[in-house]
Design a protein around this ligand. Structure first.
Ligand code: NAP
Length: 525
């Protein structure tokens, strides 16, 4: 399929008229054809008008029809075959196995949302039957279901060109909820975005849905992105990226006459706690696990282990020595974009120049462009506590080991941390009491707590939480990965004393969708 370099507004491909965006192969710095002229406020207007026109029909699609649509998207993405993988490799520098895995994850995620839609639990139907004889006042018949919020603006992320981009988790969960989606493509992978965007548009057509269910815009975040977030027909935003980008979108969303929610996933350094017995018993294995998690994908994961916390002493020295040796041998890796490479270089240079941190090891230098080298730094807890800059996210394979004088200092360091996506505990049986005493703090700080594993690798499933307090995300009540992500794009509506003929299907007395309702306080079997 030849790439058009055009915007996709409903079923139409439309040329942009603003600044050119062009993919760059980060491994060579070569420009990739075609050029994508960015969209303008006028294109945002067209896409929003279509999305709004599609909304009432799309949100009432039968569960089966919506599930089939989402499955058709997965099928269309798979049908792109190697063309998609080759283009994504060229635009991101990510290796083929990683992209094959990411495509599998993207399609599995879509199918999981299709299953969720079919099951209908997300409608969360509650019925409180009328009690006309109740004293002193009769009770009305009250029925609640969840409905879609409205058209959603999704900002594709740079670091997952498939799984967190055009048809990634935000789009899948919004479509599952019944929301039309307008994607603002990430400028780092415009060709990959077009291929996937056209796959989604084909699915819209094949399923006979209104064309405004999906549009794909290119352009500058400051122009197209802000226009999108500011449009009154957009009712929620999904974003993964930098803290500054997320905050800019939150500000725009809050400045609207009708403010809307922005579900932004921003920055996290994902603390890893090495408890004393675990560190004593298996420092070498811990160092190996840590370095392979840290260097995975050139460290460009939101769950990268950017902070290690442990008690100062010989066991920690052994761990640092072993990790340093592995880091020194680790090859440089191509980073996703020249911008991300430059940002990473500034972050590690700032750490290297910070007198409160010491560079323990640096990875091998590369010769090609945009080669990120892994780094480990070490700081004493007192210095970490004294300098907030030491907990800034360095997006790449860089981590800081914080040495604490005692258990209470570990707690102090944890209390001092900003909100996180994950917190990891490495422990043996003898460490359980100490770990238990830190759990209340860790629960307040992070969205996912894991034991004796590594935070990179986020399972897409029902129980996953990929979220956490600010700045990990802008809304700690929810998740951007897993089926619970659908809840971000829903709101409850209550129907009081409606005749059965006027009730939505999900709420009818005969329960034609066979939902497990909360009926007069009892969950149905
Ligand atoms: P980004 O700069 O935040 O950009 C993400 C999206 O937001 C792009 O579409 C961008 O559009 C838009 N955007 C950014 N700033 C904006 C603003 N002020 N107003 C409106 N829209 C705005 O993220 P990135 O390009 O992926 O990477 C940059 C840095 O973000 C990385 O170096 C890293 O530090 C961080 N990052 C973190 C994670 C994470 O998971 N923690 C993931 C990815 C990136 P334009 O590009 O068109 O402006």
């Amino acid at each position: 399929m030849s790439l058009t370099g055009k915007l996709l507004i409903g079923q139409q491909t439309i040329p942009g008229d603003r600044e050119i965006i062009q993919g760059i192969n980060p491994a060579t710095d070569a420009l990739l054809e075609p050029a994508y002229a960015g969209g303008s406020a006028e294109h945002v207007e067209q896409a929003c008008a279509l999305a709004w026109a599609a909304f009432d029909r799309y949100r009432e699609t039968a569960l089966e029809a919506r599930a089939e649509f989402i499955e058709t998207i997965a099928h269309e993405i798979e049908a792109l075959g190697d063309e998609l993988i080759d283009r994504a490799m060229a635009e991101t520098g990510l290796p083929r196995p990683r992209l094959l895995g990411e495509r599998g994850r993207t399609c599995q995620q879509l199918r999981l949302f299709a299953r969720t839609v079919r099951a209908g639990e997300w409608l969360d139907v509650r019925v409180d039957s009328a009690q006309p004889q109740r004293q002193p006042l009769p009770r009305s018949d009250l029925r609640q279901r969840q409905i879609a919020l409205g058209p959603v603006a999704v900002f594709g992320a740079s670091n997952f060109p498939l799984a967190f981009s055009v048809a990634g988790g935000d789009t899948a969960s919004a479509l599952a909820a019944g929301c039309p989606v307008i994607v603002k493509a990430h400028g780092a992978h415009p060709g990959t975005s077009e291929l996937v965007g056209r796959a989604v548009a084909r699915a819209v057509k094949a399923c006979g849905l209104p064309e405004g269910v999906f549009s794909l815009l290119y352009g500058s975040g400051r122009e197209v992105g802000i226009a999108l977030v500011s449009d009154p027909r957009i009712k929620a935003v999904g974003f993964t990226g930098s803290r500054s980008g997320g905050l800019a979108l939150i500000k725009a969303a809050q400045a609207r006459p009708e403010p809307i929610p922005v579900y932004a996933e921003m920055s996290s350094i994902n603390p890893v706690l090495l408890f004393p017995a675990a560190l004593r018993n298996r420092s070498q294995a811990l160092a190996e696990g840590f370095v392979s998690s840290l260097t995975l994908g050139a460290g460009q994961f939101c769950t990268n282990p950017g902070l290690v916390i442990a008690l100062k002493g010989p066991a920690l020295d052994t761990f640092i020595g072993a990790a340093a040796e592995l880091i020194q041998r680790s090859p440089a890796q191509t980073m996703l974009t020249p911008g991300i490479f430059n940002a990473y270089e500034s972050s590690v240079n700032a750490l290297a120049e910070n007198p409160r941190a010491r560079l323990a090891a640096v990875g091998q230098r590369g010769t090609a462009p945009n080669q990120g080298q892994a780094h480990i730094f070490v700081a004493d807890a007192a210095d970490f506590l004294a300098d907030h800059a030491l907990q800034a996210e360095a997006f790449g394979a860089a981590s800081l080991v914080v040495q604490c004088a005692g258990h209470e200092e570990v707690r102090e360091v944890l209390e001092h941390l900003e909100g996180q996506l994950t917190a990891t505990l490495h422990l043996d049986d003898e460490d359980l009491d100490q770990a238990r005493s830190l759990l209340p703090t860790l629960e307040r700080k992070a969205g996912r707590l894991l034991v004796n594993g590594w935070p990179t690798g986020v399972e897409v499933c029902d129980a996953m939480v990929h979220g956490g307090p600010f700045p990990a995300t802008s809304d700690p009540r929810t998740t951007s990965v897993g089926t619970a992500a659908i809840q971000r794009f829903l709101r409850p509506v209550c129907y009081q004393d409606f005749p059965d003929a006027l009730l939505p299907t999900a709420l009818k007395q005969a329960n034609p969708l066979a939902l497990r309702r909360l009926l007069d306080g009892q969950r149905e079997a």
